[in-house]
Unconditional design. Structure first.
Length: 322
């Protein structure tokens, strides 16, 4: 027998808190009855407390999901390895996409986690530099924590160094001897980057790019210590305006066996990405352990609810000491 949800073990504090409050309430009640020269059936009251505490403890045990392993085997799993390169440069804070481009990129990351099946995905934020934030995994549930951690201060500087992001993704995929190299770029395009284009072509990387922003663009807000303090200004002192560079993103995708998508307040065709990759070869084979369990959470849950109900329905009687 083992527990399937060990991460919920901290809920054990609930029965402890219930015990503290009920004992405190019981002692306070006894003091009041003594002052009024009344007697209470203390044994019945103690049984009531014990029943409610036991029921609460069993409910927590049910939450921990007790289970028994019935069968275990190793299976070969086929899937793609996909790195998502997330632009976290200053221009991604532009608010021509609600509430800003970076939040739009984070919504795309969530869509990816919600719709992939069996493929492994990793996150690489890039700005002046780049690094692997989330290594390749098919445990999509943990990805939400990484998404929440992404913000404009994740990497110092404010440029758009896509080349370094591609370099890191390619190195990781080659170390894994990945049969296909696929990256998804979430960006407003930045400036034309011939090095990135040449590198993707030379290394056979399939590039799917998502342009986040609008052709009209918007001014780039300036944040200091997480607080908005104005706008980034150009050499003339005017607020800098950032526009979506869709032409570069289209070019790098079209020349690398991919496709360009666009996301803004009026358009979002990224869902087509999943049908576009559906028929791609999934030649990356990895071995995974598959376990089959029998769940027993119903037993402590049922008993726990019953004990709690009995405890609440039990009522002691108070009588005069005389």
């Amino acid at each position: 027998m083992e527990l399937g949800n060990k991460e919920y073990v901290y809920f054990i504090i609930i029965p402890i808190l219930i015990m503290i409050f009920m004992i405190f309430g019981y002692r306070k009640k006894i003091k009041i009855l003594n002052r009024l020269r009344l007697q209470n059936r203390s044994l019945l009251e103690k049984m009531r407390i014990l029943l409610i505490l036991s029921g609460s403890l069993l409910a927590v045990i049910a939450l921990l999901s007790p289970q028994k392993l019935l069968h275990e085997e190793n299976r070969d799993v086929r899937g793609m390895n996909i790195y998502v390169l997330v632009d976290v440069s200053r221009s991604m804070m532009t608010e021509d996409v609600f509430p800003n481009r970076l939040e739009g990129a984070k919504r795309i990351l969530q869509i990816i986690l919600d719709n992939l099946r069996g493929d492994r995905v990793g996150f690489i934020p890039f700005s002046d530099s780049a690094y692997i934030q989330m290594p390749l995994t098919d445990d999509y549930s943990i990805g939400r924590n990484y998404i929440n951690a992404i913000d404009g201060n994740l990497i110092s500087g404010g440029g758009t160094n896509l080349y370094e992001g591609l370099l890191i993704a390619n190195k990781s995929l080659e170390e894994l001897e990945s049969q296909n190299k696929t990256v998804v770029i979430l960006s407003d395009g930045g400036d034309e980057d011939q090095n990135s284009l040449d590198f993707a072509i030379a290394n056979g990387i399939n590039v799917y790019s998502v342009g986040i922003g609008t052709n009209d663009g918007g001014v780039v807000p300036l944040y200091e210590n997480g607080v908005r303090s104005g706008f980034i200004r150009d050499a003339s002192g005017s607020p800098a305006v950032s526009k979506l560079n869709s032409e570069f993103l289209k070019k790098i995708s079209q020349e690398n066996n991919g496709r360009y998508y666009e996301v803004n307040n009026l358009n979002n065709n990224f869902y087509d990405f999943f049908s576009d990759i559906e028929n791609m070869d999934r030649n990356n084979i990895r071995e995974e352990k598959v376990r089959e369990y029998k769940k027993y959470f119903q037993i402590p849950l049922g008993i726990g609810i019953l004990l709690i109900l009995i405890g609440f329905l039990m009522k002691g009687k108070v009588r005069d000491e005389k």
